[in-house]
Design a protein around this ligand. Structure first.
Ligand code: NAP
Length: 246
């Protein structure tokens, strides 16, 4: 039996286990299992990776950055992003080898590209956490200029109260990487002047539960195109599966 799994904390609402369970059943993959390993302290990864049948791990909050020192090798893109959400485990001459990848950026890029119009050349990234780094990497790659919007002012960020009619008109792509509006606190949304949105705006929310966040509802109200994080989630999982089976 080949074993795969996910590390993170908490994992009570993990999407990955049912996703891979369904995938294995649907595609008649009978030699694989996907387990959940809730670990609060990243040091506990050592107790998990020794299972000889374990070939791949997904990594989620809060370990995407902290896991890097435990790896033998990190793929170039993940290194640039500074976050790993997928680990391929192999055994060379009876020695364990852990290589880290970032598949969030693959999921984001592949889901975003079909939505882009030629005028989506400037973007706002809301939030400056782990996911925002994968988003920034992709926007850079696609030659889309961006500004980070944060609760804290710094050399690299603007704050929500600095947003006005002009900055909203200028940035026709807005990506929410904050957890605002995520289940169960569904009534929250980033503090934007939504009234300045137009039908040219594309609002992309990394959140997938609920399918339509308050952020996206506001976008719809002003005729913007809206998109949630579900496709990104599926694409990052499929990219991980390919890496583990490569
Ligand atoms: P994170 O590291 O906790 O970062 C989120 C950022 O949001 C923070 O750094 C913070 O930036 C901002 N933020 C946090 N709480 C806030 C609040 N109360 N009000 C305003 N801003 C707040 O989380 P993450 O790992 O980047 O993930 C962010 C979201 O993306 C989560 O909802 C996650 O589920 C989702 N996600 C989805 C996918 C997918 O495949 N669809 C993949 C990865 C992540 P500032 O301090 O700068 O304001």
């Amino acid at each position: 039996m080949r074993l795969f799994g996910i590390i993170g904390y908490p994992l009570s609402h993990s999407f990955s286990k049912p996703y891979f369970h369904n995938k294995f059943a649907k595609e008649n993959i009978t030699d694989a299992e996907y387990h959940v390993f809730p670990i609060e302290n990243i040091n506990d990864i050592k107790t998990i990776i020794n299972k000889p049948e374990l070939l791949g791990l997904s990594v989620t909050i809060p370990h995407k950055q902290a896991v890097i020192p435990f790896l033998d090798e990190v793929d170039e893109t993940a290194l640039k992003i500074g976050a790993v959400n997928c680990i391929k485990i192999s055994h060379h001459n009876n020695k364990l080898h852990l290589k880290g990848f970032n598949t969030d950026c693959i999921g984001f890029e592949e889901s975003l590209k079909p939505l882009l119009k030629p005028y989506h050349t400037q973007a706002l990234i809301l939030g400056t956490g782990g996911a925002s780094k994968a988003v920034a990497y992709v926007l850079n790659k696609l030659n889309i200029e961006f500004l980070f919007v944060s609760r804290t002012k710094s050399a690299d960020t603007i704050t929500y109260d600095e947003l006005n009619k002009e900055s909203i008109a200028h940035n026709l792509l807005i990506v929410n990487t904050t957890p605002l509006g995520m289940y169960p606190k569904v009534n929250f949304a980033p503090l934007l002047p939504y009234q300045y949105l137009t039908e040219k705006h594309l609002l992309y929310d990394l959140i997938y539960n609920p399918a339509e966040t308050e952020f996206l509802k506001q976008g719809k109200l002003y005729n913007a195109t809206t998109y949630n994080g579900e496709k990104m989630l599926h694409l990052q999982a499929e990219a991980a599966w390919e890496i583990w089976n490569d």
